[in-house]
Write a protein that binds this ligand. Structure first.
Ligand code: SF4
Length: 381
C-alpha cells in the first residue's frame, strides 16, 4: 500500500523534533510539505539528506507494485493494488477467453459462435475477449479473422505460455479457490515477487451450472484470466454482467452522456421527457420510451451521474441548470412542443422551472419509469 503524507511525516526530523527540522535543504518550506510531495511522488526521496533508514526501507517497499501488468494486444490484466474493491477500485477486468482446438472438425462452427456473440449491458457492448488457438494453422487464423465481428483478440497456445502469467489448471473448487486467494493475499499484503504474476485459470469442462458458479467465484476472487474449453453464450453473458459490477469504480457513478435522445422517429410536435444522466435512470426511462409505439424525445440533463432525487438534493439538477441546458440544446428552435414532462419525484421543482424557463411548460410525470406507458396513454386521450 502506498504511504500517505502523514505516515511519511512521522519519520521526519520535524515530527521527531530533531536537528534540521524545516531546514529547507530539500527545497520545500517544511518537512510536512516534503512529506506530502513524497507521498504523491512529486519529489525524490534523496532530496532530503536527513531521511532515516527506516523510512527509506518502508517507502521503497511501498512503491513496489504488488501485481505485474501483462498486455495481450489491446487487453491488459493484473496491476491490482487492493484486496477489496471498496478500498479503492479493481483496475483491469478479468479476461474471459475460449480455447479453440483447430484439430477438431467443428472448430470453424465454434469460431463462428464466438465471433457472433455480442452482449449489451448498461449501454456497453461486450464480446469474448480472447480466443486462444490450439494446434492452429494459418487457415484457422484466417477463418477467425474473417468471421470476427465482436473483435476478440487472438493468440495461439504457444504465445499464451510465453506470457508472464501464472497459468494453472483448475483443480477441485476448494483447492483452486484457496490458491487464488492465497496468491493474491501474498501479492498485495506481502508484495511477494513470486506471487506477482497475474493468474490465469484454465477451467475444467464441467456442466454449465457448475462452471458458472465456480467461474463467478474465481472472477470475484481473484482470477485475472479464465479460459474455457467450450463457448456458451449464456455463461459468458452471466460472467460479463458479474464482471461489470465488480470492476466498475465504486467512487464513480455510472453515467451516460447528457443530450437529446430520440425514440420512434419523433418530429417537432412529439412529446418530451426529461431526466438526469444517472445510467440506471436513463436505461429505465429509455427502455420504456423505446417500447412505446409513440415518437418521443428524452432530454438527459448533466447531473454528475446522480439519480433524480439525489441530484435534486445535491443541487446538480436545478431550474438554473435545466434552463442553461435547454438553451445549449437549442430546444426552443428545434422542437415546437412546449410541454416537458419531468420525473414525478421532483414535482416540487415545477413552479421554479416554469419561472426560470418561460418558453416551456413543465408537467409532472411518473415517479416510476414503469408507469410511463400508462401515463402516455392518458395524455393521448
Ligand atoms: Fe525537512 Fe529534510 Fe526538507 Fe530539511 S531537507 S526541510 S529535514 S524534509
Amino acid at each position: 500500500m502506498e504511504m500517505t503524507g502523514l505516515q511519511i511525516f512521522k519519520y521526519m526530523p520535524a515530527a521527531k523534533k530533531l536537528e534540521h527540522t524545516n531546514c529547507k535543504e530539500c527545497g520545500c518550506p517544511t518537512c510536512m510539505v516534503y512529506s506530502l510531495k513524497l507521498a504523491k511522488q512529486q519529489i525524490k526521496l534523496d532530496r532530503c539528506p536527513y531521511v532515516c533508514d527506516e523510512l527509506r526501507q518502508i517507502y521503497c517497499q511501498s512503491l513496489k507494485h504488488p501485481q505485474n501488468t501483462v498486455q495481450i494486444g489491446d487487453l491488459k490484466i493484473g496491476g491490482e493494488n487492493v484486496l477489496y474493491r471498496h478500498e479503492k477500485t479493481f483496475i483491469n477486468p478479468t479476461i474471459l477467453a475460449v480455447m479453440v482446438d483447430c484439430s477438431k472438425p467443428d472448430y470453424e462452427d465454434k469460431i463462428k459462435g464466438i465471433c457472433e456473440f455480442k452482449y449489451t449491458h448498461v449501454g456497453e457492448n461486450f464480446g469474448v475477449d480472447l480466443v486462444i488457438l490450439k494446434n492452429s494453422d494459418n487457415k484457422a487464423e484466417l477463418s477467425l479473422r474473417a468471421y470476427r465481428r465482436s473483435n476478440p483478440a487472438i493468440i495461439n497456445s504457444e504465445q499464451l505460455q510465453s506470457l508472464e502469467l501464472n497459468i494453472i489448471e483448475e483443480q477441485d473448487f476448494q483447492t483452486t479457490k484457496d490458491y487464488l486467494i492465497e496468491t493474491r493475499r501474498r501479492a498485495i499484503l506481502e508484495k511477494d515477487e513470486n506471487s506477482s504474476a497475474p493468474v490465469c485459470v484454465v477451467m475444467k469442462n464441467d456442466d454449465i451450472y457448475s462452471q458458472c458458479a465456480k467461474a463467478g467465484f474465481y472472477l470475484c476472487k481473484y482470477a485475472n484470466m479464465l479460459v474455457f474449453e467450450e463457448f456458451d453464450a449464456d455463461l459468458f453473458s452471466t460472467l460479463i454482467t458479474l464482471r461489470h459490477n465488480i470492476f466498475t469504480d465504486p467512487q464513480k457513478t455510472l453515467q451516460v452522456d447528457s443530450g437529446l435522445y430520440k425514440y420512434n422517429n419523433p418530429d417537432e410536435n412529439s412529446i418530451i421527457f426529461m431526466t438526469t444522466n444517472f445510467a440506471l435512470t436513463y436505461f429505465a426511462v429509455a427502455n420504456e420510451l423505446e417500447n412505446l409505439a409513440v415518437p418521443s424525445y428524452l432530454i438527459i440533463v448533466p447531473a454528475d451521474g446522480m439519480s433524480v432525487l439525489t441530484a435534486w438534493s445535491a443541487q446538480t439538477f436545478t431550474p438554473e441548470i435545466v434552463s442553461k441546458f435547454l438553451e445549449e440544446l437549442d430546444i426552443k428552435n428545434k422542437i415546437k412542443t412546449r410541454k416537458i414532462i419531468i420525473p414525478g419525484l421532483v414535482s416540487d421543482m415545477i413552479e421554479e422551472l416554469n419561472a426560470q424557463c418561460p418558453d416551456f411548460e413543465f408537467v409532472e410525470g411518473t415517479k416510476d419509469a414503469s408507469d410511463i406507458g400508462e401515463f402516455v396513454k392518458k395524455l393521448s386521450v
